[in-house]
Each structure stands twice: as C-alpha cells, then as structure tokens.
Design a protein around this ligand. Structure first.
Ligand code: 73E
Length: 822
C-alpha cells in the first residue's frame, strides 16, 4: 500500500525534489542507465518520460470525461501538423518549467542542452502545418473536445544545409532515436482499400446497390500524442496514421509459400506514409500523394464511426457527435469517402447521407495561388478510387441540376462550377468538391476571405453566400511568447501578472507603461539580451559576428517568388552600392537575417537562396561596408531554429505582392515579440496594422486593386528599370557578376525574369520599398520612439492569439462548448 502511494507520487508530484527522483528513476528503468553512463539522449528520454507521466493522468481523465459527457468533438483533418519540439511546450503548459530546470540543474546537468536534444517532428512545410499545431494548443487550452487527425510521416520536411551557398536537402530521420511522446494503438488499426473496380447488384431487400472490389489494401495504425492545454487538465489527442502491410494479404502470400512477395508488399505498404511532400503551395499530381490523402481521411472517418459505435450512438447522430474541419483541400476526399461509408457500408439512403455529410464537414481555404489548387487527373483518380469517382459524378449531377435551376441557361457557369474540369484533359477539382460537400467555407484573413469571394470561389459565393465567412489566423502565445521569449515574458508578467498568457487581450494593459522610462529601458534590455543570444547562436553555427546593437531586419519563411525575398535582396544591394559610392554615408547599422527552405524542385527559389548567400559573402567580406551592414542566412529554418529568431527581431519583413499571401502567421509572431513590421497591405498585415495603429507600422507598395489594374493595363518592368537609377544599378550589379565571382550567367534566369516578366511586381514596388526602408532607418535612430512603437505592437496583438481564432470557429462553425476536465 505504502509502495503504491510512493509510486503514484513519483509519477505526479511537481516539486523539484520529486521531479529529480522521478527523472533518475526513468533514466534507470526506461533507458537502463545509471547517471554515470547515460548519454545526452538518455537524459532527454528520461526527462521526456518524466514530463509525459504527468500528462497521462490528464489524458485519461479527459478521455473519460468526454465519454461520460458524450461531448461533440472537433476533428481537425490536416495532411500536416508542424508541432515543433514537445518537451519545452509541455513544461510550459504543465506550469513546471522552472521546477524541472531546478531538478535537472541539481544534478549538474545543462537543462537547456537537454531540451535542445529533441528532434522536432517536422511533419509540415510551413504556415499551414504550423497553424494546425497552434490550433491544437488552443483547442486544449480552451477545453474543447477535439482530435487532430493526420499522417505519421517517417520522414518529415528535409533538413537544409547550405553548401557553397546552395541549398542541399538531407532526409529528416526524426524517429531514429525513438519518440517518447507517442503511443501506438495497434488495437484500433483500420483497413484502407485501393484500386480495383465496381459492380452494381441488387441486395436482399431488392435495393439497387454498388459493390467495390478493391485490388489492394493497407492497414492504418494510429499513433497517439497527448496535447495538453495550458494550465488546465485537458489533454486532447493528435492521432497520426502509419501505413503497414495488411494482415490478410500478407497471410495469403505466406500460405502460398510466396514469402518474398509478402515482404515486398509489406515494404510497398509502408511507402505510403514514408515521406512528406516538401512542396509549399504547389500542387504536384502524384499518385502517392493521392494515396496519402485518401489513406488518412479514410482512417480518420472510420475511426469516428468506431467511436460512434462504441458509444452506441445511431448513424444519424454523426453530425451531432463530430464536426470535421478540412485543412485546405488535402483532406477534401472526405466528402466522397463519408458518402461511401454511409451509403455503401451503413446502407443509409443518398439524401440522408448527403445531409449528414454536409452538416459534418467544413472547409478552410489557405491560398489563392492557381498553382496550389488541387485537381486530380481523372484516369489517375479512377485507377485508385473507382467507387469514389462514381460518387463524385453523382454529387456533381445533382449539384449541377441545382445550378441550372438557379441560373437558367447559363451553361458557362455550370461548366465553371462543375466538380470536373473538362476544358481539355479531365480533372477533379478538389476545392469545388470541398465547397459543395461542406456547410461552411472560410478564408484565413479578412482580405483573403474577401478575395476568395471575388475570385476563385466567386461562383460558389453567388450560389451559397451563407456558407462563407472569415476566420483570421492566430498563433499560440504559449509557444511563441512564453516559451520562446522568457525575458519578455518575465517583464510583462512583472507589470500586469500572468493572465495574458491565456487572455492575450490583457496585453493592452501594457499601454499604460508605454511612457514609463524605466519600463522602456527594461523593454530594450530584454530585446537586447534576445539579440545577444541570437548573435551567439549565429557565431556558434556560422562563425559570423553580428552586432546586437545593429537593427535586426528579419525575413524568415518559405522561399517563394511571391514572398519576394529578392526584393529584400535588392534593398541590400542598393545599400551596399550607396556605401561603396559614398564611403562616409551615414546609415543605421543593420543585420539582415534570412531563413527558409525552398521546395527541392523549385529552381527559382533555390537561386534566390544562392543570391542571398552570394550577397552575404561579398558584403560580409568587404571592410568598407561590413560594419554597417551584415547579411546572414540561417540554415535549416524550422520550429526549433525559429524560436530564438522572433524575440530577437527589430524589423519583420512581410513584403509579399498584395493579394497573394493569404494570411501569414510569422507576421504575428514577430509583432507579438515587439518587432515592427515593414509590409504590404496583404493577408493579415492589414489587420495587424489596424490593431497596432498605422503610425506603428511601415507600409509600402501597391494595394491589391492596383496590382490587378497594373497587370490589366500591361505591366512593363523595363519602364521601372530605366526610370530608377538606384534600381538599375542594383540589378546591373547582380547581372555583372559582382556577387558571383564574375560569373554573369549564374543569376541571369532571375534577372531576366525580373526584367522581362516580373510577375510579382518587384520593380513596381521597389521605389516605395526603398523609401519606406529609409524611414525605418531614420526611426530606429530615435531609440525612445522606437521602443514606444515596439511596446505598442506587442500590447495590441491580442487579436492574433489562436485562442481568439478557435473561439470564432467554435462559435460560428463548430457549435461546440468547452467541457471542463476535473
Ligand atoms: O498565408 C499562408 C497562411 O498563413 C498560406 O500561404 C499558407 O497557410 C497559412 C496558414 O493559413 C498555405 N500553405 C499552403 N497553402 N496555403 C499549402 C498548400 C499546399 C501544400 C502545403 C501548403
């Protein structure tokens, strides 16, 4: 009896002494090592289990509370969850960061070093996957019954190395030392079928039905990770599916003595969830990708039916029990799969099944870029999912009948709205499928949601306007402030208490200290110490010395032409050139910091990285300029490496061509950490500027309507090139080989594209950008005023907490209420 209580206490106690004892216990019983023999990884694993033990109680209570209350559950379906390292975040959410630090340091171990041991699960490309992760944090913190459903990729987003200035991709073996945060649940595995053909038949009751005879199948095994909320007992689940060989197929081959075929099949099955597609906002119609999408959607929907069965609820209760959010069109096949399960498996009649499907599903659009819109070649689709194709035809036929009724004689509209693109080779339009099958459709920032209605989804908006709404993105202040920026967190809490971590609007209270000289000094000191930490990291990793007193000007995000990292580069070249022309030029010393990965097949993006590193080499090596400007490209930008970046930034570059960045979320992380934004009126920049005040935001560039008008009237970048001397000088310098050891060919594709097409209007925005950067330069010299602006930025970012976004989704789309876990 005594023994039991002792064990319990060691598993749940939160004091440094108990934590230390539990840690040593885990080191011995899980890693099988005494202190003296343990490696850093052993320490990390023991630490992780010590934390996980303290979450398991919450996880269990949460599950039983939800079952007992029969609560409505939000199911967030996403092909990507960019969770970032779990350990630090779980310590914050458990509220034991400092206690654990004390426990570990009491053993003479370096706590931060152990935290840094974790290989982050990079199961996403960028903003879309990270948004899903922030939403899970907020759902748990707000005590909303919810589940994240996705794919357990064996290889996440590649690790980036920079060699000779070029990006090199290294496979991400994140599971190689084990993953202490997940629990496999093989007992809840499901079967997923592919290929084959269909045939009609009449069932016992004389009903017309269709049978799908698939050609092959795989098994989906769920791996569960607890997602703990901040200072609550709620721990929800992230359920990621791994593909394995099906039991039955394997067995058959074995019986025939075909052992090698069985092994081969096993390998082929596991390929399905092997690797994350590393393309951000670019659709590639690859068969394996469609297999991945259908696989995780079918696994997840079948899982929901099993839960319904276990709770002995009728099929009609499906939409009351589950509300399913589709994170972009990647899971849009859910429309057809839910219909198939209801109609073919559970024998629900079509109209009723359609009601259930529509009531259950909701769709979030994340981009207007035409190259990102998913459309599957019909043959490929038919080969993999023949039954789903029939179902989509039926949905389409019924839908287009309604369109024809509402817009009589408008054949063009009918063709435009069809789920099938028949302009040439035939394709299935996944966004159309998602719109028709969902009761709610939303964009991710106010501007984006408006543009959706005016452009890519215009016809659908005209057909069912009531489905459309906006849900502006948000980010979690737990990871992006409390964990990433402890010095600012401490300062803020010393002034207004710690309530803001859960109620970010409370940061407004900082406004009353904005004129307080002592508070301003502390604010600067915090920023300065964060800059020093980043400088130390840069020195350590890249052996580049940067000055923490210089202005840290940061652009970190995926590399993409529409995000215009090369516009930033043109500014650097312009500054460089003006210093070379006028060696005594007075400018505010700046450190330009870049970070971001390029899709491996995106040649122009890779060339942009080479351009930045080439400029860095020249600038940093030139004694005339290097004390005034420095350029750093931080390799392998991921969640881990981004965490020290946001707190150290003075200036946040959000410079996409207006109308093209749906929202952005990095823009929010920077501003929350007291950086000022230089940005276009694009995505959530519009709302950030509204919140922080126009006087605390550096705005430049054409607005969306002007971009459209300029393109309409025939945009000619040459005119800008010839009428702006500084612009011409910058482009000529790049073309001359100045940054490429005399090689005039290296950057030619980039320069030619700018001069001859410039689809993202860099040249049109150049003058406005440079002028705005001059204002930044001036403003930074007035330290006190800059500090005021920095404080006001952070103080006014309450709206951009993902808690606010999730509350909006809960109220307006999901209709779910919090359930307290005791
Ligand atoms: O503006 C961002 C947005 O903040 C947008 O570009 C990004 O989603 C973020 C979160 O809403 C996004 N990613 C993708 N589409 N939009 C995407 C598309 C295909 C594959 C992977 C990612």
């Amino acid at each position: 009896m005594l023994m039991q209580i002792q064990v319990e206490e060691d598993r749940i106690g939160l004091s440094p002494e108990i934590l230390r004892r539990a840690f040593l216990d885990n080191l011995f019983y899980i890693q099988g090592k005494p202190l003296a023999l343990a490696t850093k990884n052993d320490f990390y694993i023991a630490l992780a289990y010590t934390v996980r033990d303290r979450m398991l109680h919450c996880w269990n209570s949460t599950a039983s509370t939800y079952t007992a209350r029969g609560s409505r559950t939000v199911c967030y379906l996403s092909a990507e969850f960019l969770m970032g390292p779990h350990l630090g975040n779980n310590l914050i959410n458990l509220g034991i960061y400092d206690q654990m630090k004390q426990a570990i340091e009491g053993l003479d171990l370096d706590f931060e070093e152990l935290i840094a041991q974790e290989e982050e699960p990079g199961l996403g490309n960028g903003g879309l996957g990270r948004l899903a992760a922030c939403y899970l944090d907020s759902l748990a913190t707000l005590e909303i019954p919810s589940m994240g459903y996705g794919i357990r990729y064996e290889f996440g987003i590649f690790d980036q190395e920079i060699r000779d200035g070029w990006q090199v991709e290294i496979t991400d073996k994140w599971l190689r030392y084990g993953n202490p945060w997940e629990l496999p649940r093989p007992e809840w595995a499901v079967e997923i079928k592919f290929g084959g053909y269909t045939e009609p038949f009449t069932d016992d009751q004389g009903r017309y039905r269709v049978r799908w005879i698939p050609a092959w199948s795989v098994k989906g095994v769920p791996y569960d990770t607890p997602i703990l909320g901040y200072q609550v007992n709620t721990a929800n689940t992230l359920r990621l599916w791994k593909a394995e060989a099906p039991e039955s197929f394997d067995f058959e081959a074995f019986n025939q003595g075909n052992y090698y075929r069985a092994v081969q099949e096993k390998v082929a099955s596991e390929n399905l969830t092997k690797v994350l597609y590393p393309n951000d906002e670019k659709f590639e119609g690859k068969q394996l990708r469609l297999q991945q999408q259908f696989f995780f959607v079918s696994c997840s929907l079948q899982d929901m039916f099993h839960i319904l069965e276990r709770q002995q609820l009728p099929l009609e209760a499906f939409p009351q029990k589950f509300t399913v959010q589709l994170n972009d069109t990647h899971p849009a096949i859910a429309v057809a799969e839910l219909m198939r399960l209801l109609v073919d498996k559970y024998l629900v009649e079509w109209d009723k099944a359609w009601d259930i499907t529509q009531q259950t599903l909701a769709y979030t659009n994340h981009t207007l870029l035409p190259e990102a819109l998913e459309k599957w070649a019909l043959d490929l689709f038919a080969g993999l999912l023949p039954r789903h194709l029939e179902i989509i035809y039926e949905i389409n036929a019924r839908f287009l009948d309604r369109v024809r009724l509402k817009f009589v004689g408008d054949a063009e509209r009918t063709a435009r709205m069809s789920l099938i693109d028949e302009q040439g080779a035939r394709y299935i339009r996944m966004a159309h499928l998602a719109c028709v099958g969902s009761h709610a459709i939303n964009g991710v920032a106010a501007l984006h949601s408006e543009l959706l209605k005016q452009t890519v989804l215009k016809d659908f908006y005209e057909f069912f306007p009531e489905k459309f709404s906006n849900k502006t993105n948000g980010v979690t202040p737990r990871r992006w402030i409390a964990l990433s920026n402890p010095s600012m967190t401490k300062l803020i809490t010393s002034k207004i208490g710690s309530g803001w971590i859960k109620h970010l609007d409370q940061l407004r209270q900082l406004e009353s200290f904005v004129g307080d000289i002592e508070f301003q000094r502390q604010w600067r000191e915090s920023k300065r110490s964060n800059k020093q930490s980043l400088a130390a990291l840069v020195k350590n990793r890249l052996d580049i010395t940067i000055d923490p007193d210089s202005l840290f000007d940061v652009q970190s995000k995926r590399i993409h032409e529409y995000k215009r990292q090369h516009l930033n580069a043109l500014h650097i070249v312009t500054l460089y050139d003006s210093i070379k022309q006028n060696p005594t030029l007075e400018i505010t010393p700046r450190t330009f910091i870049f970070g971001g990965k390029a899709a491996p097949g995106y040649y122009m993006a890779k060339l942009m990285i080479k351009l930045i590193t080439a400029i860095a080499e020249v600038v940093n090596g030139d004694p005339d300029v290097r004390d005034r400007i420095k350029v750093v490209f931080i390799p392998d930008y991921n969640v881990t490496n981004s965490q020290p970046v946001y707190p150290a930034a003075d200036l946040s570059e959000q410079i996409s061509t207006a109308g093209l960045e749906a929202s952005g979320t990095g823009n929010m992380k920077f501003a929350m950490n007291g950086a000022l934004t230089i940005g276009t009126l694009d995505g959530a920049n519009v709302e950030i500027r509204e919140e922080v005040g126009a006087e605390n935001f550096f705005l430049f560039g054409l607005i969306t309507e002007e971009v459209a008008a300029l393109k309409e009237q025939g945009y000619n970048p040459w005119d800008y090139y010839h009428s702006n001397d500084a612009l011409k000088a910058a482009i000529d310098l790049i073309a001359s080989g100045h940054f490429s050891h005399g090689d005039r060919d290296l950057f030619k594709p980039l320069v030619d594209k700018l001069l001859h097409h410039d689809p993202f209007l860099l040249l049109a925005d150049y003058a406005s950008y440079i002028e705005c950067q001059t204002k930044v330069d001036q403003a930074y010299r007035d330290t006190q005023h800059w500090t005021r602006m920095s404080i006001l930025n952070a103080a006014r970012m309450g709206k951009f907490s993902s808690d606010r976004s999730i509350r909006d989704y809960c109220k307006e789309i999901w209709k779910v209420q919090p359930i307290e876990v005791l």
